[in-house]
Design a protein around this ligand. Structure first.
Ligand code: SF4
Ligand code: SF4
Length: 234
C-alpha cells in the first residue's frame, strides 16, 4: 500500500494536482531563459546562448542567470516547468502502459542535484505512486530507464548493460542538462556528451537540475498521458 498520501495528510502536506491541474505553488521551478541577445562577450559558460541570438539551446543551459544579470539587453526568463520533450522520431509506450510503469534509475555520473530532485518525487508533495509510477532496482523489471549525469567513461558499460537487460517495449528518459548534452562536464576525455551517445533516448528533460515536475512530465510523456498546459507560476 502506498503510505505517502496518508503521511502527507497527517502532516497536512498538500499533494500537487499535476498533471490534472497546473501547479502554481511558489518555488516549484527555478525558471530558465528563452530568447536572448547574441552572446558576443562569451558570457554563457556552456555555449547555450547562440552567437546570432534568438532561442537559447536549452539542452545546454545550467540556469546560471548570467544572461539576465550581466547581458545587455537581458535574456527573457520564463517560470514554467514543463521542460520534457519527446524526441520527434520516438514514440510513447503502447497504450497498456498508460496506467502504470516501473522505472529503473541510473546515475551515470551526476553531481547529486539531479538525483536529489528525482528523490523529491517520492515525497508526499508529489507522490509519484498516485500516478502508477514505481521505481524498481532491477532493469529486468523496468519499462523505463531514467538516466541522470553525462555518462562518464566508467558508467558507459553499466548503462549499456542495464538497457540491454530491459524487456521490450522499453523507453529511455535523459533527465538533466548533463544527460541531455554533457552539460558542464562533457564531452571531455572522461565524459560523454549525454546519454544519447551510449543508448537511444526517447525523452529529454533539460535543466540543471530539472525540477521534480519536469521529470514527472517526462515520465508521463513516455506513458503517453496528456500533459497539462504550460503555465506561468508565481
Ligand atoms: S542562464 Fe547561464 S547557462 Fe543558461 S543561457 Fe543564460 S548564461 Fe547560458
Ligand atoms: S545537470 Fe546540473 S544538477 Fe544535473 S548532474 Fe549535471 S551539473 Fe548536476
Amino acid at each position: 500500500m502506498n503510505i505517502w498520501p496518508l503521511k502527507g495528510m497527517a502532516k497536512r502536506v498538500a499533494i500537487t494536482r499535476y498533471p490534472d491541474e497546473p501547479e502554481t505553488a511558489a518555488g516549484v521551478t527555478p525558471g530558465r531563459p528563452t530568447r536572448s541577445a547574441p552572446d558576443n562577450d562569451g558570457l554563457c559558460p556552456t555555449h547555450a546562448l547562440r552567437p546570432d541570438g534568438g532561442d537559447v539551446d536549452l539542452s545546454r543551459c545550467i540556469h546560471c542567470f548570467r544572461c539576465v544579470r550581466e547581458a545587455t539587453p537581458p535574456a527573457q526568463w520564463e517560470s514554467d516547468y514543463e521542460w520534457a520533450r519527446l524526441l520527434p522520431d520516438r514514440g510513447a509506450l503502447p497504450r497498456a502502459f498508460r496506467r502504470s510503469i516501473h522505472v529503473r534509475v541510473v546515475d551515470s555520473g551526476d553531481c547529486g542535484a539531479c538525483l536529489a530532485e528525482l528523490i523529491q518525487l517520492e515525497c508526499p508533495e508529489y507522490s509519484l505512486h498516485r500516478l502508477g509510477i514505481y521505481v524498481t532496482p532491477s532493469p529486468r523489471d523496468a519499462d523505463v530507464l531514467l538516466v541522470v549525469g553525462p555518462v562518464t567513461n566508467a558508467m558507459r558499460g553499466p548503462l549499456a548493460a542495464a538497457y540491454a537487460a530491459m524487456p521490450e517495449p522499453r523507453r529511455v528518459v535523459a533527465a538533466g542538462t548533463c544527460a541531455a548534452s554533457g552539460g558542464l562536464f562533457g564531452p571531455t576525455f572522461e565524459c560523454n556528451s549525454g546519454v544519447a551517445g551510449s543508448i537511444p533516448v526517447d525523452v529529454v528533460v533539460p535543466g540543471c537540475p530539472p525540477p521534480p515536475l519536469a521529470i514527472l512530465q517526462g515520465l508521463l510523456e513516455v506513458m503517453g498521458r496528456a500533459q497539462a498546459p504550460a503555465t506561468e507560476v508565481r
